[in-house]
Write a protein that binds this ligand. Sequence first.
Ligand SMILES: Cc1cc2nc3c(=O)[nH]c(=O)nc-3n(C[C@H](O)[C@H](O)[C@H](O)COP(=O)(O)OP(=O)(O)OC[C@H]3O[C@@H](n4cnc5c(N)ncnc54)[C@H](O)[C@@H]3O)c2cc1C
Length: 455
Amino acid sequence: MAAPELLSGWGRTSPTLATVHRPDDLEQIVSQVTAPSPRGVIARGLGRSYGDAAQNAGGDVLSCSKLDRVLAIDVEKGTVTVESGVSLDTLLRVLLPLGWFPMVIPGTSYVTVGGAIASDIHGKFRHGSFADYVDRMRIVTPARGAYMLEPEADANGFWATSGGMGLTGVVTEATLKLQSVETSRIVCDTERTNDVDDCMERMLERDHEYRYSVAWIDCLASGGHLGRAVLTRGNHATFDELPVSDRSTAREYVPRTLLAAPPWIPNGLLNPVTVRAFNELWFRRAPRTTHRVVEGIKPFFFPLDSVRDWNRIYGPRGFVQYQFVVPFGSEQVVRTALERFSAARVPTFLAVLKRFEHDSRSLIGFPMSGWTLALDIPASPRLAPLLDGLDELVVEAGGRVYLTKDSRLRPELLAAMYPRLDEWRSTRAALDPDNLLRSDMDRRLDLSGAGRRGS
Ligand SMILES: Cc1cc2nc3c(=O)[nH]c(=O)nc-3n(C[C@H](O)[C@H](O)[C@H](O)COP(=O)(O)OP(=O)(O)OC[C@H]3O[C@@H](n4cnc5c(N)ncnc54)[C@H](O)[C@@H]3O)c2cc1C
């Protein structure tokens, strides 16, 4: 029997011990999902969810690290079939030289396809969520074992699994639709905005000209500069848009990690003074405006991936990512959140503001048409009242917080934030009637409702 391993999410806030299995064939997965140890089992990808979604204290964790094969690429249809442990980094290395690119890309390349489906992840602005581009997936559930799941044939099962945080089954394989691109570069425009209102106005005015749009906000700015931002938007570069010197490597993708965070950094290194100085420097360094600059995929989409283990800079206490979405018309909630963070002098690096133009089809998916704000905050006891207060505003506005980033939400707010929760629970219960799929997040929030039923 394998020795228990200590697992945490990317925020490193609440590590717990579990027995980790690393199966490499379907038969093993079926037996681990249908007959786990008494505390149940949960799938794990690359552990980039911030909280406790891919942990299972005292139980089993099924790591997808050996499910790492690209199985087929259909260049006629523009689809790729992969095992669920394949990372987006691997996908990009394989697909970009062939002129293909995933439809939805998050802020790090170190997530697996299984993790991307289970959180129904979103990208920068347009084109929906990850699962909108999943043609079909193979799933293993306690009730039915292994089978193929397609949105047309079983919409409920499909949309309960997409965004279902691993609690409906283990995804082992998926076929994804792709977009074709001429190059591995982005043509991007950058502008500084005076404050958050100016930023939102500019996004509303001209986002439609771009495929990708994101604003990096200085949360420590206050007064007339509250929410000042650097707005970066871009489109895939065509071959003709590349400088001549780049054309011989038009579709090359060979990103490197440049730095590694040291293994131990004291709590308190990030304080309002050091973070304010960083934010100031960063804002001043950004050009007032740039137009049509050609950038690589990595600096544009994954700036933090250049520093290995950057999550360690928050020290042993770890950090929380707070991400919420509110519908259009609730801009005041974004403003109030920034006011409260700035007034509380919470030492937070840049926050990210994006717009969604879609609602996730997942029964408990996160995206809804509106504004989403995400920020990383060092863990500290004084955070609870601040974030609890913001949760209330988010709920009142009809918004929600993002489960895959969460480590502290109060369970009583879940149903208000996720109005289709009961529908999801009953679909889930049919796939896992004995509640064998369990995670620390599930126990904390009673997401599955298994706690109320006494399991
Ligand atoms: C720097 C950074 C930037 C990010 N940017 C974005 C962003 O822009 N947009 C966004 O939406 N998210 C973003 N995320 C969050 C990330 O995309 C999600 O948390 C994603 O689910 C992580 O994938 P993972 O493979 O690491 O999964 P894990 O963190 O290991 O697991 C996450 C969830 O997926 C489940 N799961 C994993 N594999 C499977 C499987 N094979 N079958 C069933 N369930 C499974 C787990 O049980 C768990 O509930 C970001 C995270 C980081 C660290």
